[in-house]
Design a protein around this ligand. Structure first.
Ligand code: PMP
Length: 289
């Protein structure tokens, strides 16, 4: 595998990061996960935009422009000769000293990996996931805004561990107010009486690019879409439920906290949205040529 290290293409064995990098020492950095389908990097511009927004909020200066970052990403995919895969684009605060002062980090550092990812087995896409809500609360926007896609994923990892302890592959996180926020790496949707419903961004969720894509596709298909405050009651009584994310794509959920969702099978609207989503992944984005 060929890795892009700060603009240089190097073999995987030489792709190393300093132990003094604050991305590693403190989780001080931002990242994106991006997919490419048939030589089309899906919504690359939107991902780079979100990366730069996350960096701006944490006052991390990215040394290259958005356009250069797009070009570096395309270059990395090309160098690996893959038509389909997953990109991890990471920007760290860079090398500093052992104190956490970000001012000691003179230059930010980025790397891009273009490889493969399989989040869930095919069986889960066909038959749906059985998942749980967890006691670990989603970080508040006042503490660490979930809109920032930072290298600090411990909140999500703690939730994932808790779910795993209960034999569940994924967790739905509840926010400080007791409302549904999101899964550990995915946004949550339900369908109730034909309407597509997802927690409002103010519930403390990442402004997911797949989330946005699915809402646009639903509206185009004549499905009503609502972003609103959601409780566990709404989850349990939903007709259908699914998660969205770059890596997970659109994955049905058929059981939450031992409550069967709908008839316990992936729903009709979920399947329709899965198909519509796959239909646009090869067209919207930046071509690798
Ligand atoms: N929420 C969280 C916490 C995430 O990390 C992600 C991305 N893996 C998502 C939602 C989904 O976002 P996107 O559709 O942009 O990948």
């Amino acid at each position: 595998m060929i890795i892009n290290l700060n603009g240089k293409l190097v073999p995987q064995e030489l792709a190393v990061v300093s132990v003094f990098d604050h991305g590693l020492l403190y989780g001080d950095g931002v990242f994106e996960g991006i997919r490419f389908y048939s030589n089309n990097i899906f919504k690359l511009e939107e991902h780079v935009e979100r990366l730069f927004d996350s960096a701006k909020v944490i006052m991390l200066n990215i040394a290259v422009s958005k356009q250069q970052m797009i070009e570096e990403t395309v270059k990395t995919v090309k160098a690996n000769g893959l038509a389909d895969g997953y990109i991890r684009l990471v920007v760290t605060r860079g090398v500093g000293d052992l104190g956490l002062d970000p001012k000691k980090c003179k230059e930010s550092f980025y790397f891009i990996i273009a490889g493969k990812i399989t989040l869930y087995p095919e069986e889960n896409y066909l038959n749906g996931l059985s998942i749980t809500t967890v006691a670990v609360r989603r970080s508040t926007a006042e503490a660490l805004d979930p809109k920032i896609k930072s290298l600090n994923y411990l909140n999500n990892i703690m939730a994932k561990i808790e779910a795993g302890n209960h034999g569940s592959p994924e967790a739905i996180m509840i926010n400080q107010q007791g409302y549904v926020s999101e899964a550990t790496g995915d946004n949550v949707f339900i369908i109730k009486k034909g309407k597509l419903i997802t927690p409002d961004l103010s519930a403390g969720v990442l402004d997911g690019i797949t989330r946005d894509t699915v809402m646009v596709l639903a509206r185009e298909a004549g499905i009503k879409v609502e972003e609103k405050t959601m409780t566990r009651y709404d989850l349990y009584t939903a007709d259908e439920c699914f998660l969205t994310g770059t890596a997970a794509e659109v994955i049905p959920v058929v059981k939450i906290d031992a409550r069967v969702i709908g008839d316990g099978k992936p729903g009709v609207i979920t399947k329709k949205l899965q198909n519509l989503f796959h239909g646009v992944t090869k067209t919207i984005g930046v071509k690798v040529v």
